[in-house]
Design a protein around this ligand. Sequence first.
Ligand SMILES: *[C@@H]1O[C@H](CO)[C@@H](O)[C@H](O)[C@H]1NC(C)=O
Ligand SMILES: *[C@@H]1O[C@H](CO)[C@@H](O)[C@H](O)[C@H]1NC(C)=O
Ligand SMILES: *[C@@H]1O[C@H](CO)[C@@H](O)[C@H](O)[C@H]1NC(C)=O
Ligand SMILES: *[C@@H]1O[C@H](CO)[C@@H](O)[C@H](O)[C@H]1NC(C)=O
Ligand SMILES: *[C@@H]1O[C@H](CO)[C@@H](O)[C@H](O)[C@H]1NC(C)=O
Ligand SMILES: *[C@@H]1O[C@H](CO)[C@@H](O)[C@H](O)[C@H]1NC(C)=O
Ligand SMILES: *[C@@H]1O[C@H](CO)[C@@H](O)[C@H](O)[C@H]1NC(C)=O
Ligand SMILES: *[C@@H]1O[C@H](CO)[C@@H](O)[C@H](O)[C@H]1NC(C)=O
Length: 819
Amino acid sequence: MEAFSLLLLCFSLLNLIAFCAPRDTINTLQSIGDGETLVSADETFALGFFSPGTSKNRYVGIWYNKDPTKAIVWVANREKPLTDSSGVLKVNTTGILVLLDSNNSLIWSSNTTGSARNPVAKLLNSGNFVVQDDSNSDTEDFVWQSFDYPGDTILPGQKLGRNFATGLNRRTISWKSSDDPSPGSFSYQVEIDGYPQLVLREGTTKRFRFGSWNGIQFSGGPQLKNDSVFRFSIISDEEEVYSVFWLVDSSVHQRVQITSDGFCQRASWSGGNTGWIKISHLPVDYCDYYGNCGAYASCDTNRFPMCNCLDGFVQNTTDSSSGCVRRTSLSCNHSDGFVKFSGLKLPDTEGTRFNRSMRLEDCRILCWNDCSCMAYAALDVSKGPNGCLLWFGNLIDMKVMSASDEDIYIKMAGIEVEAIEQNRSTKSKKRKLKIIIAVSCVLSFGILILCLAFIIYGWKKPHKGKIKEETESGAINSHHDEDDLELPLFDMCTITSATSNFSSDNILGTGGFGSVYKGILENGREIAVKRLSQNSSQGLQEFKNEVMHIAKLQHRNLVKLLGYCIQAGERILIYEFMRNKSLDFFIFDCEKGKLLDWPKRFLIINGIVRGLLYLHQDSRHRIVHRDLKAGNILLDDELNPRISDFGLARSFVGNENQANTRHIVGTYGYLSPEYIVDGIYSTKSDVYSFGVLVLEIVSGKRNRGFIHIDHNFNLLGHAWTLFSEGKCLQIVDPSIKDSIHLPEVLRSIHVSLLCVQRNSEDRPSMSCVLTMLSSEWALPQPKKPGFFIERDVVGNRSSSSNNKLLSVNNLTVTQVCPR
Ligand SMILES: *[C@@H]1O[C@H](CO)[C@@H](O)[C@H](O)[C@H]1NC(C)=O
Ligand SMILES: *[C@@H]1O[C@H](CO)[C@@H](O)[C@H](O)[C@H]1NC(C)=O
Ligand SMILES: *[C@@H]1O[C@H](CO)[C@@H](O)[C@H](O)[C@H]1NC(C)=O
Ligand SMILES: *[C@@H]1O[C@H](CO)[C@@H](O)[C@H](O)[C@H]1NC(C)=O
Ligand SMILES: *[C@@H]1O[C@H](CO)[C@@H](O)[C@H](O)[C@H]1NC(C)=O
Ligand SMILES: *[C@@H]1O[C@H](CO)[C@@H](O)[C@H](O)[C@H]1NC(C)=O
Ligand SMILES: *[C@@H]1O[C@H](CO)[C@@H](O)[C@H](O)[C@H]1NC(C)=O
Ligand SMILES: *[C@@H]1O[C@H](CO)[C@@H](O)[C@H](O)[C@H]1NC(C)=O
């Protein structure tokens, strides 16, 4: 009897468990109402009703069951929301999923093509919601599956691409916004007009091409590779073309999403409360955006300007923005040839023709015989170049890719082919020659050393004491050499003729220490000439010592001093000329600002840190710059930052105590409070200016003349307020919004606010700044910055300060950036 009741208890408990355990399947008699969910067998995914963001509308969707952020991966009724919680999801006897509202009217239904006798709907462990026949639920024989109708997200195992037999196009379309899952303006799909390629579009215009697959990689995304957890493959044949990825480690989740602001983003989550981490985010830089350089041009983020015509092409003079045109037009009588280009993202394959089984040699002949064919390339390079891809229109959207190992052959007039080949062979000969010279130098030097070592070793034993003496005197000698560093003394005539007698047309800029002129020496070398203002009581010998001292400051982030000139009461310094001008020229201009994307700006920030660190710490004498500002950061040909005007404050303003009261050198907006108010300066004053500079680089706005409609704060006050409210991304320059790397930007803003704190002791040293920028440690909370509101300080000091410096006070910078 007892046994029986125990059995009964067990049975009812079992029943309870079966009832309470989440289910992953519904049959034609069951349904899901608002508040209920289906959970996949391994509890990875859940399906149910939800409201996105701040919206009150109800949608049926699938999300990660244990994800605290509830990332939605699929939405059924994305175009037609429910307005209340009366919705019911069912599978009817024809195997069609239907979503009904309280009036039993149809909100959404599945596009079921097959038929099932006993249909059930099931949420699989992959996140795929399927309708299948209950009797063969173990097979992959689905009547319908959500994986065939992606939303904005692709999951592991889900195909992105086409089936030519059924006409199915599995493509992703972004949400309108995070509150609205209805189809937004960005789509991402395999395009098959020509050789298949993956294209991200905004409306109907191309935004970014992931590009075509060459058997090894995507031409526009060579970064995408199999890694320790992520595997992918591409299927491209007569029947189907699609990409699919999967994960090796089941504890890691990854998804690819087209965000509502138009990026193709891969994110990873390894369970728990860690949240999703962005792995990749495309397009990244200026050259990723479709066709920025126009036809027959390559885009190179490491060059300046980034757009360059291919060899044999010149800029279209009627419309330079349309790209480049042939220097010599094709004659189309078999005198034309082909020039090989390597390391490029293959141009847009829209309108191309291809043949998978053709050999590359036959491809060349086919293109050669066709007047309208402009270029050819191999389709598949995984087993040597194979297949044939032919272009007929203008070649557009080519980016220089170091990781690309596919060649394209572009048709050119015969004389161009010869000229380019000659040009290239002389270049490679020169390179070879250089290598030979270098190698033989090293070899002969090595032999010399060996000989010396032998001689010294042979002498060492009998003449021990003498050798020591000799090396000591040698050291003294070399020390002497260093002091007598040969810095050319320029002749005044040379300088006046180089600068057209200091013509005002040649002025590059004016700073606290005088004006800078551009000059051209007789040998054609361009120089920058700094004419110091004549307020030094220093003697000539002292000046010379000081110049020698500056000449010894050599660092890749400092501008190099080439020479000097003392004559007729003038003190002049000659520097190397930087063709790319200074940072302010770029960052405060919305068009030119686009040329410096975030990765470049971050490199620049780091370069400035290294240059300053060298001045503050590593050079033999501690140097405080005292006039660090965007205008004093010059950019070399590779856009590396070069600090200029260093070492001047110390020597050219005279007695240091006087400097405190008489001349405040520097530029308002960058000056620390203790310097302006008390005339005290230290390396921490430079740290303050550096903080201002970083904020300007991030925001593209000047601290001086910053205007905001809501308040009276300067840029520092504005940034600090936003930072305290957790909204500091709002200050980011709109022209770099597309290229930012979030952690770097947030860290840069945080560090800059630490640098501009009112109290100089609170500010970090430059070495600390360097570590903070490159580490991932938590940073201290910044205190209120030195100047919150610009105007009060300026008012106090205007009577006693240099007017030239204050003239910037009236400057207002308004930027209207077209987007
Ligand atoms: C199932 O739903 C679809 C869509 O509403 C409808 O066309 C079809 O007739 C329904 N089948 C049955 C058996 O009710
Ligand atoms: C149901 O129908 C009634 C009357 O036609 C209408 O007032 C109500 O808004 C409908 N409810 C829904 C959820 O559509
Ligand atoms: C449903 O499928 C048919 C044919 O397969 C297709 O023409 C139609 O566009 C599909 N509808 C939706 C909403 O996907
Ligand atoms: C990635 O690895 C899988 C095997 O794990 C292989 O089938 C696939 O071809 C690889 N993909 C690429 C792009 O190499
Ligand atoms: C040069 O640009 C103009 C204006 O966009 C265009 O009409 C013309 O076709 C271009 N020239 C060539 C040779 O492509
Ligand atoms: C091809 O045309 C060019 C100019 O159009 C001409 O100079 C050349 O002689 C021609 N070559 C042949 C083989 O006809
Ligand atoms: C592709 O090339 C092969 C070999 O050259 C040829 O036999 C075949 O007809 C070509 N296919 C097409 C569609 O042109
Ligand atoms: C040869 O190379 C130089 C340097 O890259 C270039 O300026 C010149 O235009 C080239 N000449 C030809 C004929 O392509």
